[in-house]
Structure formats: structure tokens, C-alpha cells
Design a protein around this ligand. Structure first.
Ligand code: PRX
Length: 683
């Protein structure tokens, strides 16, 4: 990114790719995804009972979900959700017109569907949430009845402090049950939650508050993670000190977690726990339209500011319910644990809404896989007898480093389904997950999806599809996946083909818009290939019809499962006075999947030093958050540009990854700059 707004666009058009119809895409290949599936890998069906019956049932259900999505989802909506007013309409609008709606005239409440109805059906005593705190000894279980009481109190506290239906509430909280309860309380009164992952910086919070016009913030004094305290309230204070947030925020509700001293602003800040003690445990659930917003979640795109992805109520809920039930083969007595953070879409759909809609027992995990030691997950699985465990390849890889001994100390025989999400799972990690964690008996399910899709769109369904290490197989119910020619936009039929991944029919869980910017929604997802939802990923279909996601085709890095826009990283680097220009790329990284490599051209007369590297890392941490901290900062006296002025990121990726086969560099304006970068990357 150059320090010149006019040139911004040029750098975003990476190697000719743009989000316009018929783009030219150069497909990046991710570190692990290109490795072929090994023939000697144990490929097996799950141990899930009547497999052939399930397979046949899937095939006929899948066919009807694709042939007639409107009827398919309409029947399920009536069966699986409770409505105040049953919808008479199913799908209206379409992808080509960017106006998809589901069950438009139906009325329901998300929180009622997640909690109350289970109590009314006599299951109030069932454990809804198992809280596994940072210390393994800190475990609390909440029944559905207890969840309803706490959620209703929070909802009443919000109402009595001015929060109204339609207001956006920013939630910046640690992974305690209160983050889930606060989301549900918003849903109960029709407020729209905008959860900001507690690893984001004060700048990122302020941006999201401003972009969503949020007048209310939920936070806690601090958070606990891996034995450390994270000062959440202080970060919120710093965020609200920024003008763009200060003018908006009226009330900050502060929960207690760490009991440390925090600053309190009179009239603005409120101790939630004090207010809750006097609130009623009864709060009627607001009657919401199926297309009323449920939440906003910001996610990185290829350009500029993160997008506020907006999910609405009826369709999202149905999709969350259905995918949780089917993707994990959820059974009534299962203990289910998704160890993601509620600050990301995985936490929204597969810790909060999906499991609770199914009346399941869901785990809220506050700690890290390495605290107090590398056996934490396995210890937790043994103690709670977890049947379904859902994590990311990066966590698996980081635990594999410790060998087989830590998991072998624990009884993991309760496990039946092992989910994976965030990036393709490389064969070595798949083998370890399958053999060592699953003992060869649990089914590894690779779930491909995005913030925008609301829920899983491609996976190997347990008991139905043979898993293949590294492949997410193909579309789930209602998802008609297509591989398109990136240039012509034509559907590429047949096997052994490669292109960009798209979905050809609307599904209930799809995001409806980007908050306040429907045009951006259209140009990003629906206009690049008219009639299709464009996922932004490359993919190939192998000889047996399985889909392999090859990684993002836009300027988005997927590092440790975190989606980070290179434009955001570049803009924080060039905000440093000694950086004239920056180009950021992802490169293959053993643990993170992709590492973040930053090439910086410094101002004249400045030399790269360790201190400057530290400063630049700090600049990224302050503008985005610690999870985006660069892995490499490489001094770049000049960047490899084509003669038309585009940065050749392909070359930068290879240099950062230590790949000596740089390919054709003759089209560069100045091919000599490459040798300097290769040397500097070694520094
Ligand atoms: O590139 C794909 C990758 O993660 C992106 C979505 O990121 P985000 O919206 O943050 O959601 C992450 C959790 C759903 C996708 O565009 N991705 C996610 N899951 C997989 C994956 N790539 C390959 N295989 C997966 N299972």
C-alpha cells in the first residue's frame, strides 16, 4: 500500500484480480492444500449406525433441497422453529437481484427458540452450557432454566437502561457464559448484537462502534486467558476516548470477571452484576420479523474497512439449527464442545445459536489449548465425556508438536465426531486428529464455510461421506456448489478441474447485506459472477468429485484461522512515519497455515533495525490486534512491480516462504529488486 489514496486501488487489484464481472484470478495455493491425499490414509466411514440408510436418506433429501430449496426449507422452518406467526412465504428474491429473503412474513424470536421452548417442553433441567474456565477447576454448569433466568435479567437491565429493539449493542467480552447470555439477551429484546473479538485493539473497536452506530457496549473488567489477565475495560475506555466512538456511546455495561480496579465514568459506566441483582427473571421475548437483523459481525475483505456482515433472524436460525444437527450428527444426550471464541462466526453459530436451538449441551471454553499444559483439551474431553469436539487445524498442529503422549494420558473414548474449521486440514494433522485423538473410531468432519455463509456449506457428513484428509468434499443440504472459470465465469463441469468456488442457489443462512452498504455486498459476493454467490476462494474438484479449497483468491490472509485483510495490515504499516510503502502477503507456515509477511519500503535514509521491526509490529497490534502481529518484516528498498505498476505478490509470497523457484521475473519493471528481497528475507 502506498501513502497515496489515489494509488490505493492499484494495489488492491492484485495481479489483475478485481471484484468485477469476469475477473482474472491467479489462484494462490495454500501450504497444505495442494498435497495429494495419500492412498494409504485410513479412509473410513464414521461409526454412526445405519450408514447405508443414512446415505440413501441424504441423497434423496439433498436432491430435494437442490431441486426445490423453497419447499425444502419451508417444511423444515415449520418443523424446527417455533413461530408466533407461521410464515406463508418461503424463498423470495434471488442471487441475481441481491434481494434474497426467507420466511419474510413469519414472526419469531431467536432467544425463545434457543431457550424457552425447551423449558416448555419439559427439558428445563438439562444442562445448556458447561463453562470451562481458564483454570481447569473452574467449571460451572447452567441448565436451560438457569440460562433463561440470567438472560432475562440481562435483557431487563438493557431495557431499563434505554436499549431498544433495533439498537446495535457492541459486545467486547471474554469467553465466559455472559458473552453468550448477552447475545441471547439482545436477541430477546430485538437488539442487534455486534460482537467484537476480545483480541481486537481499541482502534478496531472504535471503528466498529462508529460503523454500526452503536450506543451501547458490553464488556468486563478483564479477561483471563492462559493464566494471564487481559484488560478489556481499559481497552474499551481507550476506544471510547476516540472521537468517532465518543460521540455515540451512551452506556457501558461492565461485567466482573477479574475483579481488578478499572476506571469508571459516572453516568456512562454501569456495573452489570449490581444492576442484575434487582432485575426480574421474567422478560417477554420480542416478536421479530424473520428478516429483522439478528446480528452484525465484522470481517475482513480485500479492500479498506472491514465489512459489517448482517445476518437476519429466521433463515439464519434455521440454518444454524439444521447444520449443527446434521453436520455433527448431534444426538439428544451428546456433550458438545466447540472451542472457538464467540467473537467469530464459529462461536456465534456453533457455540451459541446452533447447539441451543437443538436443545443440546454446549461448552464455553475460556482458556487456551496449552494451559496449564498441552493436555488441556484432552483433559477437558475426558472430564466432561465430550462426544463432539470442534476445533481448527492450527490448534491441532500446535498440539501435534508435543507428540502422542499428552493425549494418550486421557480417556478420549467418548469422542464420536471431530470437527475441523478455518482452513483445509493438512494430511499430517488429519491423521493425528483421526488416529491419536479419535482413536480411529471418531469421524473427522472438515467443515468449509465463512462468516457470510452463516453456517457450514461444504463438508463430509458423518456416517454419509467418506472423509478425505484435506478435502471438504462438497455441498451440504441446499448448497449447490459450482466451480467457475475465473475469467469467463462459466461453470466448469466434470472432475479434475480447478477454478473459483461459488454457490448457485440461495440458502437460508446467507448474509443479507453489508451493514449500510448493500452496494459493497453486491459487488463483493453477487456481481463478480452474476447468478452465483462468490465465496472468494479457489477450489479444485478431484477425480472422485471431492472439493479441495485452495485458499483465498483475494487479498485476505488466513492466519491461524483468523481472516486478516492485507489492505488493513498495509494501512497500519504505512501509518508509521518511517514507512513509505508496504506490501503484505501470506506465506506457508507450519502452525498457522499462513504466516503474515510484511515488505516495507522505508523513508529515504532509514535503515531497518530490530527496534523498528518491533515498532511496526506494535503498529499492527494497535490498529488491528495482537492476533494480526506480523511474522516477518522484510525491508524492501523496492517492490517487484509489473511495468503497469502492479505489485507481483506471487513473488513476494514465494520469497517469504523460502521458495527459490520464483518463476518468470522478466515482466518486472526492475527484476534486480528480487535478489535484494531474497537476501533481506533471510535477515
Ligand atoms: O478461505 C476459507 C477459509 O476461511 C474463510 C472464511 O473465514 P471466516 O469468515 O473468518 O470464517 C472462518 C470460520 C468459518 C473461507 O473463505 N476456510 C474456512 N473453513 C475452511 C476454509 N478453507 C478450507 N477448508 C475449510 N474447512
Amino acid at each position: 500500500m502506498l501513502k497515496c489514496a489515489a494509488l490505493l486501488t492499484a494495489t488492491c487489484l492484485v495481479e489483475g484480480f478485481a471484484f468485477t464481472p469476469s475477473p482474472t484470478v491467479s489462484l494462490p495455493i495454500l501450504a497444505h492444500s495442494s498435497k495429494p491425499f495419500r492412498a494409504d490414509n485410513p479412509r473410513r466411514l464414521g461409526n454412526l449406525g445405519l450408514l447405508s440408510t443414512k446415505k440413501t436418506a441424504f441423497e434423496s433429501d439433498y436432491a430435494s433441497s437442490i431441486d426445490n430449496p423453497s419447499d425444502y426449507w419451508f417444511n423444515l422452518a415449520k418443523e424446527k422453529l417455533d413461530w408466533y406467526t407461521q410464515p406463508t412465504k418461503s424463498l423470495t428474491g434471488g442471487l441475481a437481484t441481491a434481494d434474497v429473503k426467507w420466511f419474510e412474513d413469519g414472526k419469531l424470536n431467536a432467544c425463545y427458540n434457543c431457550i424457552d421452548r425447551h423449558i416448555e417442553n419439559g427439558r428445563g433441567g438439562k444442562t445448556a452450557i458447561i463453562f470451562e474456565g481458564d483454570e481447569p477447576s473452574d467449571v460451572t454448569k447452567y441448565s436451560y432454566t438457569e440460562v433463561l433466568a440470567r438472560v432475562s435479567k440481562i435483557a431487563n437491565m438493557m431495557k431499563s437502561n434505554g436499549v431498544k429493539k433495533g439498537d446495535v449493542v457492541t459486545i467486547y467480552m471474554p469467553m465466559t457464559p455472559d458473552i453468550i447470555f448477552s447475545m441471547l439477551a439482545c436477541a430477546r429484546i430485538g437488539a442487534v448484537h455486534s460482537v467484537v473479538f476480545a483480541g481486537f485493539s481499541e482502534d478496531a473497536i472504535a471503528d466498529r462502534i462508529a460503523a454500526s452506530g452503536s450506543k451501547f457496549v458490553f464488556t468486563s473488567d478483564g479477561g483471563l486467558r492462559g493464566g494471564r489477565t487481559i484488560k478489556l475495560k481499559q481497552t474499551v475506555d481507550n476506544a471510547i476516548a476516540k472521537d468517532r466512538a465518543k460521540v455515540l456511546v451512551e452506556k457501558v455495561f461492565v461485567f466482573k470477571r477479574t475483579n481488578e480496579d478499572v476506571n469508571f465514568v459516572d453516568g456512562r459506566d454501569l456495573w452489570a452484576d449490581d444492576l442484575l441483582s434487582s432485575q426480574s427473571t421474567e422478560c417477554p421475548a420480542e416478536v421479530m420479523g424473520a428478516e429483522d437483523p439478528l446480528f452484525i459481525l465484522y470481517t475482513s475483505g480485500s479492500t479498506g474497512q472491514p465489512k459489517g456482515i448482517l445476518h437476519t433472524t429466521g433463515g439464519y436460525l434455521l440454518y444454524a439449527q439444521h447444520t449443527t444437527a446434521t453436520s455433527f450428527d448431534l444426538q439428544p444426550d451428546d456433550i458438545y464442545a466447540c472451542v472457538a471464541d464467540a467473537g467469530w462466526i464459529t462461536g456465534h453459530t456453533y457455540i451459541c445459536y446452533g447447539p441451543l436451538l437443538n436443545g443440546a449441551t454446549s461448552t464455553v471454553f475460556e482458556s487456551t489449548p496449552l494451559y496449564p499444559d498441552e493436555g488441556r483439551y484432552w483433559d477437558m474431553i475426558q472430564r466432561h465425556k465430550i462426544n463432539i469436539f470442534y476445533t481448527a487445524p492450527t490448534a491441532i498442529r500446535s498440539l501435534m508438536r508435543f507428540g502422542d503422549e499428552p493425549p494418550k494420558k486421557y480417556d478420549l473414548s467418548s469422542l464420536r465426531v471431530l470437527g475441523s474449521v478455518g482452513e483445509p486440514i493438512n494430511p499430517a494433522a488429519w491423521d493425528w486428529y483421526n488416529d491419536v485423538i479419535g482413536g480411529g473410531k471418531a469421524t473427522v468432519v472438515d467443515t468449509y464455510w465463512q462468516t457470510e455463509t452463516g453456517g457450514h456449506v461444504a463438508l463430509n457428513l458423518p456416517g454419509v461421506h467418506e472423509p478425505k484428509a484435506g478435502s471438504c468434499r462438497g455441498g451440504t443440504y441446499g448448497i449447490d456448489l459450482a466451480i467457475l472459470d475465473p475469467k469467463s465465469g462459466e461453470v466448469i463441469e466434470g472432475n479434475d478441474v480447478e477454478g473459483v468456488l461459488a454457490i448457485s442457489k440461495p440458502w437460508p443462512g446467507m448474509a443479507r447485506t453489508c451493514l449500510g452498504d448493500h452496494e459493497r455486498y453486491k459487488t463483493t459476493y453477487l456481481q463478480p459472477y452474476p447468478g452465483f454467490y462468490f465465496a472468494g476462494d479457489g477450489a479444485r474438484r478431484d477425480s472422485s468429485g471431492y472439493i479441495w479449497v485452495t485458499g483465498r483468491v483475494d487479498d485476505v490472509i488466513n492466519s491461524s484461522g483468523h481472516r486478516i485483510g492485507t489492505a488493513e495490515l498495509e494501512s497500519s504499516l504505512v501509518s508509521h512515519p518511517l514507512v513509505a510503502q508496504a506490501a503484505v502477503v501470506g506465506y506457508p507456515h507450519d502452525i498457522k497455515g499462513e504466516g503474515v509477511a510484511c515488505y516495507c519500503t522505508l523513508t529515504k535514509g532509514t535503515a531497518m533495525t530490530d527496534d523498528l521491526r518491533k515498532d511496526l509490529k506494535q503498529a499492527v497490534r494497535s490498529s488491528i490486534g495482537p492476533f494480526a502481529t506480523p511474522d516477518m518484516i522484510i525491508e524492501a528498498p523496492a517492490l517487484p512491480m509489473t511495468r503497469s505498476g502492479k505489485i507481483m505478490r506471487r513473488i513476494l509470497r514465494k520469497i517469504a516462504g523460502g521458495d527459490t523457484e520464483l518463476g518468470d521475473t522478466s515482466t518486472l519493471a526492475d527484476p534486480t529488486c528480487v535478489g535484494v528481497l531474497v537476501e533481506n528475507a533471510k535477515a
